[in-house]
Design a protein. Structure first.
Length: 165
């Protein structure tokens, strides 16, 4: 049978009689060349008491940050332009179509595009209101395109699709 006391004695180059069953092995290991053995008998660095204090504080900080971030997101998203539908959903080049949504006025949107995986094709805007834009389908190949809108220097691809015949 394996005797841990004999193994410790071998590692520490001590005799088994010097290591009693009630002795603190950490004290013997500290004085030995195998100092790494001492770490097995140390108390953990994060004691349960420290953990009891740390976890609620960390949780409270996380909840506070989340609560502060949510209203900011909604405030910023209130005036964001967005496209909700296109009528008709398919058409030919130079057909007039109506894009509906929110905050599509001239102060928000400077251009409308049909976008595929690689390119954005600028459409000619016929009329523009806050809730709808009337535009002509640009010269593009037949296929399915996303409606994209330009606000400032950024182009936002919308989840609304238009099919060119």
């Amino acid at each position: 049978m394996f005797d841990i006391r004999e193994f410790r004695a071998y590692l520490l180059r001590e005799t088994p009689s010097q290591i009693g069953t009630n002795d603190n092995f950490a004290e013997v290991a500290m004085s030995s060349p195998l100092f790494f053995e001492r770490r097995t008998n140390e108390t953990p660095r994060c004691t349960p008491r420290r953990r009891e204090v740390f976890v609620p504080i960390a949780l409270a900080l996380f909840v506070a940050a989340a609560l502060l971030a949510l209203p900011l997101r909604f405030v910023l998203a209130q005036d964001a332009p967005g496209v909700s539908a296109v009528d008709p959903e398919s058409g030919k080049v130079n057909d007039t179509i109506t894009v509906t949504g929110a905050n599509l006025g001239k102060s928000s949107i400077s251009a409308v595009f049909l976008s595929d995986d690689k390119n954005d094709y600028k459409a000619v805007i016929v009329s523009q209101e806050d809730t709808k834009i009337t535009m002509k389908v640009p010269e593009v190949k037949a296929g399915s395109y996303n409606i994209s809108i330009q606000k400032g220097n950024s182009i936002f691809i919308q989840p609304v699709r238009f099919k060119v015949q």
